[in-house]
Design a protein around this ligand. Structure first.
Ligand SMILES: NC(=O)c1ccc[n+]([C@@H]2O[C@H](COP(=O)([O-])OP(=O)(O)OC[C@H]3O[C@@H](n4cnc5c(N)ncnc54)[C@H](O)[C@@H]3O)[C@@H](O)[C@H]2O)c1
Length: 354
């Protein structure tokens, strides 16, 4: 592993003291998402992309054109064995995450791994143990945790602004992008599952998932229900066959309710002072239901790019030796939920306990 902390500089040429704290990255995978990772790393003062690897010649050509100063590799071993590289970002299809992440950790590199962390929980556990033994960091790219919207919702929940939570209901649908190795639950599901894991701070108790594949053998439409403690229920609708893109989440609480429309440019979150209170009299048929319909307000939220904030945080976690909120364990919790959803899907909607 290259040195980046307070290691004395023994070289004969004078090194800029600020450069010694720069974390040097290798990035594997330059398809759809990889360019975003490389671009954002390049904009962080304390990070530098030394090398990008992709097995596709077309992808390598694109890297060279966009980043002429970055080394381009076709074989991941070049990155893994580099003594200069401190951290590897794994931005390849899900089924390759485990092997690449393992090789990186074995070679003493911190890892930033795309969501979902691994293809199964056993792989995630093995990587977590390996990283702990080698004192290396794992960050799983749960990008949404770093959006202004999720940060603001978390703040509202911490302040108990919504009161006791009732439900989380998300619609995350669009046309494509069809993945070749995973179904729509493993592709789009990690976003909501990681958001819920972060916001609710509770481990799911059980899941139900139904879905159907129409085109490439992988489910392209799916509906997931997650049961949390204290009667909190979540529903996620994920779909690659929707004519329009929808990114809308409702979060209902006893005191207030919230609508988060991620496609809105300005007022992404609207908080409604609306709700229902029930006063029971003698017997079920004498319930008095009172509806409250108060004001709506849209809080200001940060607009900067979530991936950049997340990658800066990763660099800080490495240099300050801190554990990220989206570490391997957070990745594992999401993979466990995905496994439970897959099991339920196989049994056409059976209730599966976690
Ligand atoms: N965080 C997010 O919001 C977000 C968004 C999109 C995708 N992703 C994740 O990013 C990952 C990649 O998705 P994508 O849509 O960019 O996929 P993609 O298929 O577009 O790109 C993957 C690239 O990796 C390369 N590759 C595959 N195996 C390799 C290997 N062993 N060595 C070198 N190169 C290799 C391929 O040639 C390809 O160029 C997935 O895990 C996906 O879930 C995350």
């Amino acid at each position: 592993m290259a040195t980046y902390l307070t290691t004395p500089d023994n070289s004969t040429t004078q090194q800029d003291p600020d450069r010694r704290n720069v974390i040097k990255f290798g990035v594997v995978g330059y398809g759809y998402w990889g360019p975003n990772v490389v671009r954002n790393l390049n904009q962080i003062d304390q990070a530098e992309v030394l090398s990008v690897c992709d097995k596709s010649a077309a992808a390598r050509k694109r890297i060279q054109k966009t980043f002429p100063n970055v080394e381009v590799a076709s074989d991941t071993n070049e990155l893994m064995s580099s003594t200069e590289i401190d951290a590897i970002a794994v931005v390849t299809p899900v089924w390759t995450h485990y092997e690449l992440a393992k090789a990186a950790l074995e070679n003493g590199k911190h890892i930033f791994v795309e969501k979902p962390f691994t293809s199964n929980a056993a792989q995630a556990e093995e990587l977590i143990n390996l990283a702990a033994r080698k004192n290396l960091k794992i960050m799983v790219d749960h990008t949404f945790l770093f959006t202004g919207a999720v940060k603001r919702i978390r703040q509202l929940l911490d302040e108990d602004a919504l009161g006791k939570l009732y439900y989380y209901d998300s619609t995350r649908v669009n046309l494509g992008l069809f993945q070749h190795d995973v179904n729509v639950i493993w592709d789009l599901g990690p976003h909501d599952l990681s958001i819920m894991d972060h916001l609710l701070g509770e481990t799911a108790e059980a899941m139900v998932a139904t879905g159907q594949s129409h085109l490439n053998g992988h489910e392209d439409v799916a509906f997931i229900t997650v049961y949390f403690p204290d009667k909190v229920i979540a529903h996620i609708n994920v779909n690659w066959l929707s004519p329009v893109k929808v990114r809308t989440t409702l979060i209902g609480g006893e005191k207030k309710m919230l609508v988060w429309n991620d496609l809105e440019a300005d007022e992404k979150i609207k908080i409604y002072d609306r709700g229902v209170s029930v006063t029971s009299q003698e017997g079920l048929y004498n319930l008095l239901v009172n509806y409250r319909s108060g004001d709506m307000w849209a809080p200001k939220i940060e607009q900067s790019e979530a991936l950049q904030r997340e990658l800066s945080y990763f660099v800080n976690c490495i240099t300050k030796d801190e554990t990220p909120i989206n570490d391997g364990r957070a990745g594992l919790r999401v993979v466990r939920m995905l496994e439970a959803a897959s099991e339920s899907l196989r049994q056409r909607g059976a209730l599966v306990y976690l």
